[in-house]
Each structure stands twice: as C-alpha cells, then as structure tokens.
Design a protein around this ligand. Structure first.
Ligand SMILES: Nc1ncnc2c1ncn2[C@@H]1O[C@H](COP(=O)(O)OP(=O)(O)OP(=O)(O)O)[C@@H](O)[C@H]1O
Length: 386
C-alpha cells in the first residue's frame, strides 16, 4: 500500500485531502508544518509527499531542499495557494515533482499522485537493476570447505539469522557476506559495510549510529549512521573484534531492541537491519581477555561460517589461478596466457598466507614477467623465495 505524507498548516485542507486519498486506498500521514514533516520524512519512507508552500517554522521550499538532500528519490508535490504560484514554479525548478493549486481539483490531484508514484517505482527499479548488473563476484572453488560454505549460504541467506564469519585476512569473508545479502529477501535493500578496525575508537559510535549537530566538536552537521543507512538491508560489520567495548554495548542494544539513538540525541529510532559480522580474531579468546562481550558474541553468532585459508583448500588453486589469469589478461588487453601444468602444481605446493589477494598478485606478476606462456621456471624465478 502506498504511503503519502500530507504537509499543510491548515487543518481543514489536511482533513479534506486525507479523506479523499484514504478513500482511494492510500495510507496517509499528516504534518502541520515543515519541521514536523522533515522529522517524519527522515524517520519513515513515503511514496509521495504533498506539501504546502506557506507554512510556519519551516516553509515548503526549505522543506523541499532539506528533504531532497536527505532522500532525492521521493517525489514531492507542492500545494500552492493563490499568492504562491510563482514559488511553486520555482519549487519545481528546484526538484519538486509538480504542483497542484488550492483548492485541489480531484482528478488532477489523483493523476499527479499516480504519475509521481510511477516515477518513484521506476527509480527504484532502475536502482535494483543496476545492482543486479554489478553483480557479486563468483565464489570460485570446488573444494569440500567451499562447497560447505555455499550450502550454508543457500540455507541461511533466506532466514533473518545473524551470521558470524571467521577466517584470516583476505580469505573471502566479505565475499561470503555479499552472497548472503544477495540471496536474502533483503537483496533489493542496501548492503552497508563498516570496517571497525579502520575507524578510530572515538569515532566508531558516530559512524555506526550517526550524530546530532553539535554533539561533539567536529559534529558540524547532523549525520546518519550506518545502522540507519542499512535500514531494510544488511549491515556488514567487518573486523568486529576490534570494536571498542562501549560501541559493543550500543551494538548489543541495537540488536536486542531494533532501536538506535544518534550520538548526542535522545530520540530512539527503529531500524530494520540484518547484521553480519566478520573477524580474523578468535572472539572467545577476546572474551576471555575481556576485550569482547560474551553476550554480544552470542547475539552475533547464531550461524558461524569459517572460511579456511588457501593452504587448507589447495584443490581450489588451479581454478583460482585460471580465473585470475583470465581476468588479469583481460584487464591488460592481451590474450589469455597459457600456464604449464607443472607450473600450476608448483603454485599449489607453495606455502600461502591465507590471503587470496597474494595469489592474485603472484598471477599478475607472472603475466607481466613471463613469456608467451607461464612455465615452471617462471614460477621458480618470480614466485618462490630464493
Ligand atoms: N572463492 C573466491 N573466489 C574468487 N575470489 C575470491 C574468493 N574468495 C575471495 N576472493 C577475492 O579475494 C579478495 C579478498 O576477499 P575478501 O575481501 O572477501 O576477504 P576478507 O576475508 O573479507 O578480507 P579482509 O580480512 O581483508 O577483510 C577479494 O578480491 C575477493 O573478491
């Protein structure tokens, strides 16, 4: 059902519009001024907004500007009185979808709303399509551990279960998270990633939960945090083992209650987010060392997925090498180089760090330095330590 926000300081106009539009099957919410409207706009999602121009506190044009800054995709239709037609035209130039005149003509009102909604649907569809085109990278591997991981993803993705992914750096934890999101019912929603280790501990709370203007020295503007950005989708908390204890307490609350509070704010904001966390640390050891909360560990780790390092799935090395060869040669605009089977065998025997990026770099080095095809000697000269 489509949701419409009606913003007008005249109660009678709101009442009339609400009656007409509810009768047409729309869900209606009302706001008596721009400020109140902006609050609603930031907290909820609407399909269309109908907004008066002259209003106390925040007028229609200011509301338009602030609302489109927050979310440019929601069509806003201005309602103009006799003296405000010029302003309404200006509003359309500034991004309003259209305007209707007071008193509203019923047919024109309904047609404008229907068209606005259709445009909105198109915008959403295009976004979904774009996301599908830039599709998630294939997870390469036929080894037993990769099979098990793929099977687990198929089973758990459609559920809402929280997932904790463990494994060394660069083994493919993020790729697992992307596939879970892609195969879940949240796929058309956002996937938001936070690398908890890369953010200084004094900023992590504001990064995750947002902040109100002036809540600390550098908070010059209000900011929406990652939890809010991920609303309706998935939040991927990478390197969760590096999160400060005070941020952990807040994340725990967000998971328990489905609500967050911005730093420096007092309002509770509901969020609908599925959390997937990843770490290269042994979290239970971190619990023992009092660096990680046990209750948070239990909240996060309903499903545990361990991604093994390359050395534990050497069977996958030939497939990975071939795929990297293909991708790298395509990037360089050259024909795919051949690689001798005994060169691949040597790569398979190599003692890799867990990081798949290391293997990719090695293949890139071989593509650049070797002749027409990659030989065992190339591997000995360019890869293996002397
Ligand atoms: N099975 C796989 N098939 C193909 N590429 C893979 C596979 N696993 C990982 N990769 C690639 O290896 C790189 C590292 O993977 P990813 O970023 O998912 O690892 P990570 O464990 O999340 O790393 P970090 O610990 O650094 O966050 C990426 O470019 C990823 O696309």
């Amino acid at each position: 059902m489509s949701r419409i926000l009606i913003v007008d300081d005249e109660k009678a106009i709101r009442k009339t519009l609400t009656e007409i539009l509810s009768f047409e099957g729309y869900t209606i919410e009302e706001a008596p001024d721009g400020e109140e409207a902006l609050k609603c706009f930031k907290e909820k999602t609407y399909d269309v907004v109908l907004c008066d121009i002259k209003m106390p506190k925040l007028d229609g044009l200011d509301f338009l500007q602030k609302a489109t800054e927050h979310n440019p995709d929601v069509p806003i239709i201005m309602i103009s009185g006799h003296g405000t037609i010029e302003t309404a035209v200006e509003a359309v130039k500034k991004g309003a979808y259209d305007f209707i005149q007071k008193p509203p003509d019923l047919n024109r009102l309904l047609i404008t709303i229907r068209n606005a909604k259709e445009r909105n649907n198109l915008v959403t569809e295009t976004k979904t399509l774009k996301r599908r085109v830039t599709k998630v990278q294939e997870m390469i591997g036929e080894s037993a551990p990769i099979h098990r991981i793929k099977e687990t993803i198929e089973k758990v993705a459609p559920t809402e279960a929280r997932i904790l992914i463990t494994g060394e750096n660069g083994v493919g934890k993020e790729l697992v998270a992307r596939w879970v999101h892609e195969k879940s019912s949240r796929a058309s929603g956002p996937l938001v990633e936070v690398n908890c280790a890369a953010i200084p501990s004094e900023l992590i709370e504001s990064e995750l939960f947002g902040h109100e203007k002036g809540s600390f020295t550098s908070a010059i503007k209000q900011r929406i945090g990652k939890f809010e950005q991920a609303n309706g989708g998935t939040l991927f908390l990478d390197e969760i083992g590096d999160m400060s204890l005070s941020a952990q307490a807040k994340v725990l609350r967000a998971l328990q209650e489905g609500k967050i509070t911005r730093v420096g704010g007092d309002k509770e904001i509901s969020v609908d987010v599925r959390v997937i966390a990843a770490t290269n640390k042994d979290l239970l050891k971190e619990v023992e060392a009092k660096n990680f909360r046990l209750d948070l560990y239990h909240r996060l780790g309903v499903i545990l997925i361990h991604v093994p390092s390359l050395n534990e799935r050497k069977d996958d090395i030939p497939l990975l090498v071939n795929r990297f060869l293909q991708d790298i040669c395509a990037d360089y605009g050259v024909a795919k180089k051949a690689i001798d089977p005994d060169a691949i065998k040597l790569l398979q025997e190599y003692n890799w760090t867990g990081n798949i990026r290391e293997l990719r770099n090695v293949v890139e080095r071989l593509v650049i330095l070797s002749g027409k095809s990659i030989t065992k000697d190339d591997v000995t000269s360019y890869v293996l330590p002397k």
